[in-house]
Ligand binder design. Structure first.
Ligand SMILES: CC(C)(COP(=O)(O)OP(=O)(O)OC[C@H]1O[C@@H](n2cnc3c(N)ncnc32)[C@H](O)[C@@H]1OP(=O)(O)O)[C@@H](O)C(=O)NCCC(=O)NCCS
Length: 160
């Protein structure tokens, strides 16, 4: 199946449960299930948050959620089903959100990922994110997080 057969759209109410299942299985495995359907539904309805879903034949196969602040945006969740990975879907989801963030005047986009998650680290590096710091115990006091940043605009420094 060509990746062009995959459609991206904003999430709707009916996506809360399938997206929560993807979060549980692909992002939170071994940590407990924090992003349950009611929490996903709240994010889908949150005016400061954008949830983009990738679908094939109406079925969600990937999604990304970003919260927009005044100058910073934070990528909250991102996952693509294993059988659809390495087909550019994650890139399409993130590029949608990065373009939205740029138009919204956001200066920087921030993410945390499990330090052990080498595929996600390679993915974010490929999309122009750079590592900033490590935060031991960030995940339920058990796992180290890696923070990464992607600058969208460079702040102008006042001239001396
Ligand atoms: C991270 C994730 C979302 C990437 O999605 P994807 O659709 O497979 O990514 P893409 O196909 O768009 O990859 C874009 C580029 O990222 C890099 N990349 C992606 N996955 C990679 C991997 N497993 N190993 C090395 N590089 C990788 C490559 O440079 C790739 O380009 P290429 O395929 O032309 O070489 C997916 O692996 C995933 O859902 N993982 C489980 C959940 C997760 O870890 N989420 C992120 C933390 S919240």
């Amino acid at each position: 199946m060509a990746s062009l057969d995959i459609e991206l759209a904003l999430a709707t109410d009916g996506d809360a449960r399938p997206l929560a299942m993807l979060a549980r299985d692909l992002i939170e495995s071994g940590l407990g299930w924090a992003y349950r359907p009611p929490r996903l539904a709240a994010l889908i309805h949150d005016a400061d948050t954008v949830t983009v879903v990738a679908r094939t034949r109406s079925q969600p196969i990937g999604f990304a959620i970003m919260r927009f602040g005044d100058e910073r945006a934070h990528l909250i969740l991102l996952a693509v089903k294993p059988e659809h990975q390495r087909r550019g879907i994650g890139r399409r989801l993130i590029e949608w959100l990065l373009e939205s963030a740029y138009v919204a005047g956001i200066a920087s986009v921030h993410i945390e990922l499990r330090a052990s998650n080498a595929p996600a680290y390679a993915f974010y590096r490929a999309l122009g994110f750079a590592e900033t710091i490590r935060v031991p115990g960030y995940y339920r006091g058990r796992e180290t997080a890696l923070r990464m940043i992607r600058m969208l605009r460079v702040a102008r420094l006042p001239l001396g």
